[in-house]
Ligand binder design. Structure first.
Ligand SMILES: [Zn+2]
Length: 141
């Protein structure tokens, strides 16, 4: 995600910032992460449809080899999350050590910094996941 171009980053802000998918105008299917076309109808999806911000861990792994410009983040945890409304998304889990992450663990959306694509570019933000019981950002020291 960090290596995305700035135009691509701006086009995906809706789903990254507001955690929303796109809806098919024909059948009402909601795609998250967003897809430009409905898989069933083949028509263009549209709008921003909020999806559940709570889910559970289906699978997870600890990453030890970082992408460029993420070297100072390793190790970090990446997981496949199934949201309460059935959507599945891959995201980073923060706020908990790897040893305490479990399959089936309840997690929730958290707005966090992704980093910069290079040392002199803009910082990018989006979603990560924290344990469901994790305190809100405003309560963090
Ligand atoms: Zn459709």
């Amino acid at each position: 995600m960090v290596e995305d171009s700035i135009p691509l980053y701006w086009r995906t802000i809706g789903h990254r910032y507001r955690f929303s998918g796109r809806e098919c105008p024909e059948c009402g299917s909601v795609y998250f992460p967003p897809r430009p076309l409905c898989l069933d109808c083949g028509v263009k999806t549209r709008g921003e449809r909020p999806v559940s911000r709570v889910g559970k861990v289906i699978s997870f792994s600890e990453v030890h080899m970082a992408q460029e410009h993420r070297e100072d983040e390793v190790p970090y945890i990446v997981a496949l999350i199934e949201l309460e409304d059935g959507h599945r998304v891959i995201g980073q889990i923060v706020g908990v050590p790897f040893s305490r992450v479990k399959t089936g663990m309840k997690v929730r959306y958290a707005f966090r910094k992704y980093g910069a694509a290079s040392d002199d570019s803009v910082l990018r933000y989006g979603y990560k996941f924290v344990p469901y019981e994790y305190p809100n950002v405003s309560q963090e020291p």
